[in-house]
Each structure stands twice: as C-alpha cells, then as structure tokens.
Design a protein around this ligand. Sequence first.
Ligand code: NQM
Length: 363
Amino acid sequence: TPASPRPGDEVPCTLMRGGTSKGAYFLATDLPADAAARDTLILGAMGHGEPRQIDGIGGGTPLTTKVAIVSRSTHEHADIDYLFGQVVAHESRIDYAPTCGNILAGVGPFAIEQGLVPARDGDTAVRIRMVNTDSLCTAVIRTPDGRVQYAGDTAISGVPGTAAPVLLKFAGIAGSSCGALLPTGRVRDVVDGVAVTCIDHGMPVVVLRASAVGASGYETPQSLDADVALKARVERIRLLAGPLMGLGDVADKVVPKMTLVAPAIDGGAIHTRTFIPKRCHDAIGVLGAVSVATACLMDDSVAAEFVPRADAREQYLSIEHPSGEFTVRLVLGARPAEFESVALLRTARALFRGQVVIPGNDS
Ligand code: NQM
C-alpha cells in the first residue's frame, strides 16, 4: 500500500456504471492504508467543496459521486470485500454509513478484471462482503471464455439499451444497519403526526404515504426537489425517525432514506418517490427497493395497505418509481417477518480505465 500520494501522482481507477449509479472503483491496495489520507485522496480525485465537482471526476449528483474500494476478503464466505463511500461533495466528506446495491453490481466485474477472482467459462459467482453493513452478496457475472462480458439483452429501468445481466443474491440482510428488520420494534409508528413504517432489509428506509405530506406520489423528481416546504417536512420526520431506528443523530448521515408511497399505476405492487435523503432519486436504490418490497409484505405496514395480499412463499414485487420499475424476488422464511433470500437483476459496465491525477499545488 502506498503512503500518501503527492500532488501530480497518479492512482489506478476504473469508472463504472453500476445499475443506475456511476462511480470510481479502486483497489484498496492502490490507496493509502490510513483512512484520513485515503479520504483526502478520494475527495481530491472526485472533486469537492462545491456540488458540481468541476475539479474532479465525480458527476455532480448523489447518484454519480460514489466510490467502491475493493480488496481480497479474509471472510470465510467471501472472495472480496467491498467498502462503499458516498461522497458528499459540497461538504467535502465521505459517508461510509450505507452500502449501495447499484455500485455493488460493478464490483464483481471489477474484481474479476483486476485478477482478484478467477473467472470460469460461462458464469462466475463472486462472493462479496459488503463491509459497510457486514453483510454478504453473491453476484453472478457473465464470463464466456473466462472474460467479463458486458454486452447482453437485459434491460433495467433508468438505463438506455441492454447489457449482460448481473444477478445479485442476498441472504441475512435484515437489520443490516439497524440490527433488526423493524428497528423500532413495531411495523407502524407515528412520527411528527405521520404514520410511517421504519424498515431495514439491506437499507434503512422510512416508508410513508405520499398523501400524508401533501403529495400525490406521482410528481416528477424535479418538482418534488423544488418543493422546499415538502422537503423540510420529510427531513423533519427523518431526523426524528433516525434515533428511533437506532441510527443516532442522522443529520450528517445519508440514511435512513425516505420513500413516499402511493397506489401502483402501471401494474406493479406500489408506486414510489424516494429521497436519498435530501434529493429525490430518479429511480430507487437497490437495497432501498428491497426494503420497500419487504414492507409491502408486512401486515399493517404503511405500504401493505396498497398491495393485494399474496401468500406464496416466493414473491416478485414490482416497485414502480419515476423512471420505470424495479422487480425484487423475495423468498419468505419459516416464520412471519422472516425472509430466506432476496434476488434481483442489475447490469453494469466499465466506462473508463486509467489513472486519476492527485490534485494540489505541485509547484
Ligand atoms: O439502496 C441510492 C443508488 C442508491 C443506493 C441511494 C442503492 C441501494 O441508487 O442499495 O443502490 O439510496 O443513495 O445507487
């Protein structure tokens, strides 16, 4: 591992699309071991101090200023470790509290291409430990002739065209950040006068009826982002829900996410608008969608009232969002509120491989 790089030094980096997000992927061994030096390097590479990231490679929105740090794993059930970082550009900091299921989709191909995992002829299963939440995922990557194949015929909402499928399979992700699937111990709470369901099935999410905060739930993300009063109302609920969920003071955290729900209009299970947590998502996060889908199956939850009841052990829930839908496969466990496994499809693509240049006064 290198010591702190100096201005003008170059660090290997791959820019990838993972699902509907985009980020910079690094090998941990190419970064300083010291966390503070590592974060200074990443912030410099991505751009910070103002939201546009004009002096870095970040995309200037929460969905395009994400970082994956990948290394070999010492966990007995994992091949690689994936540490996710959400760059909060205008505040010049990185939030390591959440994981990200979209960036996760690029981790398998990246690890294979970097030689951390041997590819098989056909499909390669990469066992990934999501370090932020200490949970496990198996990603199945297309590798004909032992090489990552990005081209394919899988379409996901929010990404133009088609690409090779990345199957993501999870088990044991209930309570990933909060310690329990229902972190408040209840399926329904009233926070600031609003009925909510606080849930963590891979991602802490507060689910509330759009109508409870004066929205229809079918607005465009742009119009919701322009509604200062609504956003303040949603943030007030979030700040109160965070401690109830065991997350402590969440003023400086990007969790919990806030999902406004309304009846489905396109044949899905439910319609959503998600704040992540201050900007409205163009779609919905991967594990955010898993948590909302799970809420749909919990009796008496705020989401369940919109969803017809089904008792099958294996359920496909289509979560409608601003740019389409996201299908989550849930396999129910032996007891109520237990889930055996979760699976979903994403796609990913390597966009740019090279060296990112360390900024600073190099005179
Ligand atoms: O919930 C956005 C995204 C995400 C996170 C966010 C994600 C997940 O779309 O697993 O994918 O919620 O900040 O990348």
